[in-house]
Structures are given as structure tokens and as C-alpha cells.
Design a protein around this ligand. Sequence first.
Ligand code: SF4
Length: 82
Amino acid sequence: MKEKVYYGKEIEVMFNSDVCIHSGICVKGLPGVFDLSKRPWVSPDADTAEAIAQHIDTCPSGALTYRLLDDNFSTKKEDEHA
Ligand code: SF4
């Protein structure tokens, strides 16, 4: 599995080139974030984490995934065990 991670301040974007079906939805929908002419081609800080996450949800193959770096979520989970 060839997965790459692109680190942003509020979101981490993971891309698995093995499962990408090259639909182009990512680059057409958010060209400021997903730009194949740039290196790296994913800029996780070029839009809000929410907008990027919502757009990644439309990736038809699951090649793009993300992890929101929202402390509230993990803190809440930890609090449950406190
Ligand atoms: S939207 Fe998903 S399947 Fe389509 S090109 Fe982008 S990563 Fe590949």
C-alpha cells in the first residue's frame, strides 16, 4: 500500500495511490488544495479543515482519507474514562 500523508495544522490528509481511480473529483472540486502541478500536490492548509474533510468524503474510491486534528474529540474520549 502506497499511502502518503500530508500534514496540515488542522487536518492530516492521507492519499493511497493504489486505490485512486483518477476520477479527478478532488482536483476539480478544490483546486487550491489538490493541485497535481504542485509538489506536494496536497496543501492541507489551503482551505478550512471542514471544507477539505467534506470534499474528501466525495472521493469515490476511498483513496483520500483524513484525520481532523481536533483536540476536543480525543479529549472527550479520554474524559469518559476519567
Ligand atoms: S477524488 Fe479520489 S479517486 Fe478521484 S482522483 Fe482524487 S483521490 Fe483519486
